[in-house]
Write a protein of this length. Structure first.
Length: 260
């Protein structure tokens, strides 16, 4: 019995360390960790990934001091959240693009309840997020996330993460890319709406009896949806490119966390 306990305690500590980091990733990840996914499914995924990684990952023993052990586990959870937030920034750029398109089309007041964010979100933003989630799963990008989880224990050993100025600069630079992505996705609709508004202004000057404000609403909505449909191949191509680049971003963050 004593020998079994001496064997089981290190194994339990290793499993606990792995589960804490994986839980941090799922807590911040936008697709697999969203509130739409039932809690039982998320717990099952975390346990499955933890049990699969347990024979592969080498984890040091936890400190005997409960305070140091708690701080170490908290740092592991933060490491996981850092990787999950990198993915969430990408989806935030997609949501921002949808919000910009909705404003340009005159659908800013149309709100839907998003269960993933537990808040009201614009209609077009919700559509773009759903489309991006489908593309994410269709190209098997979720397997890339599982691979990143496994690589994180090699690049960032447990209880050995460090922070550096270069990490903060890279995170800031990646956050700026969110606005670039939003501009790329919303550019066709924005350019078209600009032309329509110019034409409406000219029409209002030419025919003063015409109520341009009321007339512009159905036109901008109809043309906006037509442009979104025409630009759908470009949009999906941008999604695929960004999701494929996500693996490199996660790898760079892990390298910086491991090297400091």
């Amino acid at each position: 019995m004593t020998s079994f306990v001496l064997y089981a305690i290190p194994q339990f500590q290793a499993l606990m360390t792995i589960l804490v980091r994986v839980s941090g990733i799922f807590a911040a990840f936008p697709v697999l960790g969203s509130r739409v996914v039932p809690l039982q499914v998320k717990v099952g995924l975390v346990l499955t990934i933890g049990l699969v990684l347990m024979p592969i990952v080498k984890t040091p023993l936890m400190p005997e001091d409960p305070y140091l052990a708690g701080v170490g586990l908290a740092s592991e959870f933060i490491i996981g959240m850092a990787l999950g937030l990198a993915s969430r920034i990408l989806f935030s750029g997609i949501e921002l693009a949808g919000e910009v398109m909705g404003h340009q089309m005159g659908l800013a007041v149309v709100q839907l309840f998003d269960p993933t964010a537990q808040a009201q979100v614009p209609l077009i933003s919700h559509f773009q997020t759903l489309l991006a989630s489908l593309v994410f799963l269709s190209i098997n990008a979720h397997f890339m996330v599982v691979e990143a989880i496994a690589n994180s224990f090699e690049l960032v050993p447990p209880f050995a993460a460090t922070l550096s100025a270069s990490l903060a600069e890279d995170v800031l630079r990646y956050s700026q890319g969110m606005f670039v992505l939003a501009l790329k996705l919303s550019a066709p609709v924005m350019a078209t709406m600009l032309l329509i508004n110019l034409l409406m202004a000219i029409l209002g000057r030419t025919v003063s009896q015409l109520n341009v404000f009321i007339l512009s609403f159905p036109i901008t909505i109809m043309v906006g949806f037509l442009i979104m449909g025409a630009a759908m191949p470009l949009t999906i191509g941008v999604y695929q490119e960004e999701f494929h680049n996500l693996g490199g971003v996660l790898g760079k963050i892990m390298e910086l966390l491991g090297k400091g």
